[in-house]
Design a protein around this ligand. Structure first.
Ligand code: HEC
Length: 489
């Protein structure tokens, strides 16, 4: 097994290599549709349309140059102003010509076709005059500048999309989960990555397409991983959730294949997107905590045939707790109203802190102090907003009170005006408390020597431009937060 491509620290970067023998439509879907939409309609205020775009008609050269060097200007498209940021797209001249010819002749567009030669001529005028120069600038080996006192290095190059890391009980490896359930083992000493099990040998793929988002170990050295399988044979479509685990770790060779330990199911998301059951970790009380994300974006009724159209259910938008001593555990709902707490961890005094993704309506993302039995607002309240993000946002049930997230009073508080807690679409993928012996990430006034600090590695946000990858931005950030007061939320 010789792993290559996307570096370990860059979770979720799309493969940089262009596909051979693909059509303009394929390339469009792969490289443009995430922002400009399958039908070229864009997203109001965020991504301009490519269908009937008068920008393409009036500024053909600038339009063609957008994927060559990126576009970060104030532009007007069909009477709407956009001030976004499109990162360069690593496609060769021929492939870009194919994509543009698809765009130029689709959705009612009828512009004169372009060619690889025209693209090459334009490319020669840009900051990255050749495809190779752009590729080098976008290489995953180009690491972000490390803050003083820190050093970044590439731990491993992976040719799959990792979703989680967990410490191996032997203390010598880091376990890596891939989205389809392959589990890998990274050797701290040699940096080698070896495959432990494939998702196919662990899960029955006939049950549905899997999305595996949870990986952890417990104090007995058992490995756990969580699979969400979208079962389309059922009507409505069901999310089949399985938590697999191994036997306790007793030394090399003691783990046999993880087996299903806990199973449940609920109606798949309305969208039909579904956050699914994701992070799993053992708490200081010895119990396993499991995050179960929402099945709606913001409590909306669904429109998709075959998918349950009602909102959340008793298992979704929650934090669960399970007893690892049981062979047949029950779910205890620990906390409610958590849209998608993608990662959580405990600080040195046992406070449980979780980071939560916000909605497509650009509501702020949250850092919460999660306590037993409390409700964190979803789908009624979002961040520090006092207004409803959507017309369909339901009224809160009478008598239900919500815990608000931490306010961000730091210098990097939400750049959209909100303060609770993070800029939309940039909540961290991991939150971790580091002791006072770790170097500070900035030169701001020193903390009291005994204070603990939290370091938050930022997530690569795929939907919005804030953390898109480009030559001047590695697509991920490491940030630091200091909790001033647990009561000041
Ligand atoms: C990460 C999101 C993203 C991706 C991926 C992306 N774009 Fe863009 N695109 C943008 C944004 C944002 C703008 C507006 C930039 C600005 O405001 O300066 C834009 C602007 C444009 C424009 C000019 C404005 C218009 O609507 O006519 C063209 C043409 C364009 N993109 C083509 C493409 C093509 C072709 C691809 C795929 C090869 C692509 N884009 C991929 C985000 C993206």
């Amino acid at each position: 097994m010789r792993p290559r491509l996307a570096a370990l620290y860059l979770l979720g970067i799309a493969s940089l290599s262009a596909q051979v023998e693909t059509t303009g439509a394929d390339l469009y879907r792969q490289y443009c549709a995430a922002c400009h939409g399958q039908e070229g309609l864009g997203i109001p205020q965020a991504f301009p349309p490519l269908a009937h775009s008068d920008f393409i008609a009036n500024h053909r050269e600038r339009a063609l140059r957008a994927p060559l060097e990126g576009l970060k200007d104030k532009i007007e498209v069909n009477g709407q102003t956009y001030q976004g940021w499109m990162p360069p797209v690593t496609l060769r001249d021929e492939d870009l010509a194919k994509v543009f010819n698809y765009v130029f002749s689709s959705w009612g567009n009828a512009y004169a076709p372009t060619s690889a030669e025209e693209i090459a001529k334009l490319r020669a005028k840009t900051t990255y005059p050749t495809y190779e120069k752009l590729l080098a600038a976008m290489s995953p080996d180009v690491l972000p500048a490390a803050p003083s006192g820190w050093k970044f290095s590439v731990a491993a190059n992976l040719d799959f999309q990792p979703t989680r890391l967990a410490a191996h009980p032997d203390g010598k490896h880091v376990l890596i989960l891939a989205a389809k359930g392959d589990i890998w083992n990274w050797d701290i000493a040699t940096h080698e990555v070896t495959l432990l099990w494939t998702g196919k040998e662990l899960q029955d793929f006939k049950l549905g397409d899997p999305t595996c988002l949870g990986l952890g170990t417990d104090d007995q050295g058992r490995l756990y991983f969580i699979s969400n399988q979208c079962n389309k044979a059922k009507n409505p479509v069901v999310n089949e959730v399985t938590i697999f685990r191994t036997e306790p770790w007793k030394g090399p060779g003691s783990w046999t294949k993880p087996k299903p330990w806990f199973k449940t199911a609920y109606n798949f998301g309305v969208g039909p997107y579904n956050h699914g059951v994701n992070h799993i970790a053992q708490g200081p009380d010895g119990l396993l905590y499991v995050s179960s994300g929402s099945r709606t974006d913001g409590g909306e009724p669904g429109q998709s045939p075959n998918y349950d159209k009602s909102g959340e259910n008793p298992l979704t938008a929650k934090l669960w707790r399970l007893d690892p001593r049981s062979e047949n555990p029950d779910i205890e709902v620990f906390a409610h109203g958590l849209r998608n707490t993608y990662h959580f961890s405990w600080d040195h005094s046992g406070h449980l802190l979780g980071v939560e993704n916000g909605t497509d309506a650009d509501t702020p993302e949250e850092l919460n102090l999660i306590e037993l039995g409390r409700h964190y607002g979803f789908p009624y309240e979002f961040g520090d907003w006092t207004t409803k993000p959507y017309p369909h946002t339901p009224d809160a049930p009478k008598g239900l009170t919500f815990v608000r997230p931490f306010k961000n009073v730091g210098p990097d508080a939400n750049d959209r005006g909100g303060t609770a807690t993070f800029t939309p679409h940039s909540s961290p993928s991991t939150i971790l408390e580091l002791g006072p012996d770790w170097p500070d990430l900035d030169d701001r006034p020193a903390r009291p020597p005994s204070a603990h600090r939290r370091i938050l590695p930022w997530q690569l946000a795929r939907r919005r431009h804030e953390h898109a990858r480009s030559p001047d931005h590695p697509g991920a950030e490491v940030s630091q937060a200091r909790l001033v007061s647990l009561n000041e939320r």
